[in-house]
Design a protein. Structure first.
Length: 66
């Protein structure tokens, strides 16, 4: 009975490894099929405008003391 349990554990580990390797191979093959989009790096200002009604309040207040 002890050998049967070890045999089942071995089959599960080998099967899990095979599934993992197969999924990694499919992922690598899929990513090689299409080139990545690239763009030249430039420096520019990022602006975001927010329009809202109401009161502006901090969500974290800190007391600074000597």
């Amino acid at each position: 009975m002890k050998y049967f349990v070890w045999f089942v554990i071995l089959i599960v580990v080998v099967g899990g490894g095979a599934v993992y390797l197969y999924s990694q191979e499919r992922t690598a093959a899929a990513s090689q099929g299409k080139p990545q989009d690239t763009e030249k790096v430039i420096r520019k200002t990022v602006e975001k405008v927010i329009t809202a009604n109401g009161k502006v309040a901090s969500n974290r207040d800190v007391d600074i003391k000597c």
